[in-house]
Write a protein that binds this ligand. Structure first.
Ligand SMILES: Nc1ncnc2c1ncn2[C@@H]1O[C@H](COP(=O)(O)OP(=O)(O)OP(=O)(O)O)[C@@H](O)[C@H]1O
Ligand SMILES: [Mg+2]
Length: 130
C-alpha cells in the first residue's frame, strides 16, 4: 500500500508516480495505467480545491473481477451536498468546468463515491488488467 498526504497543490505531482508503481506491480497495460493516473490526479486536485487537504492511497487488488489497482482519495472537508449534481457534466461549486468527476467515472472500471455533508468525502476507483 502506498500513501500520499495531500496538503498543497504540488503534492499532486507525486500522484502519477505512485499509481504507476502499483500499475506495474499489477501488470496493468499502459493505457489503463495512464487512465487511472489521470483519474487519480483529478481526485487529488478535487481534494486540494474543494476540501483543502486529504490522503491518497494506492494498492493492488485481486478479487472476482481480476487483478487491478485501487486508488482511494479521502478528506475531512465539507462533503458533497448534492451527489447527483456533482456527478453530472458541468456542475461546479467552485467556478471549475465541472467535468472532473464525470470524467473520472468514465476513465475507470469501478467508481464509488461516499460523501457526507460536514464530514468529508471518499472516492474509491479501480482499474483492472484486461
Ligand atoms: N473532495 C471534495 N470535497 C467536497 N466537494 C467536492 C469534492 N470533490 C468534488 N466536489 C464537489 O463536486 C463538484 C463537481 O466536481 P468536479 O470535479 O466534477 O468539478 P470541479 O472540480 O468543480 O471542476 P473541474 O474538475 O471541471 O475543474 C465540485 O464543484 C464540488 O462541489
Ligand atoms: Mg474537479
Amino acid at each position: 500500500m502506498r500513501e500520499l498526504s495531500l496538503r498543497e497543490w504540488e503534492d499532486a505531482w507525486a500522484v502519477p508516480g505512485v499509481v504507476g508503481e502499483a500499475a506495474e506491480e499489477a501488470g496493468l497495460g499502459r493505457l489503463e495505467a495512464m487512465s487511472l493516473a489521470t483519474a487519480a490526479v483529478e481526485l487529488a486536485n478535487n481534494v486540494l480545491v474543494h476540501a483543502g487537504s486529504g490522503f491518497l492511497r494506492v494498492r493492488v487488488v485481486r478479487n472476482e473481477s481480476g487483478t487491478g489497482v485501487e486508488v482511494t482519495v479521502t478528506d475531512s472537508g465539507p462533503g458533497i451536498a448534492d451527489q447527483d449534481a456533482a456527478l453530472s457534466e458541468g456542475a461546479s461549486t467552485a467556478g471549475g468546468l465541472g467535468v472532473g468527476l464525470p470524467g473520472v467515472r468514465r476513465l475507470v472500471d469501478e467508481f464509488y463515491l461516499f460523501s457526507e455533508k460536514g464530514v468529508g468525502t471518499t472516492v474509491v476507483v479501480r482499474k483492472y488488467v484486461r
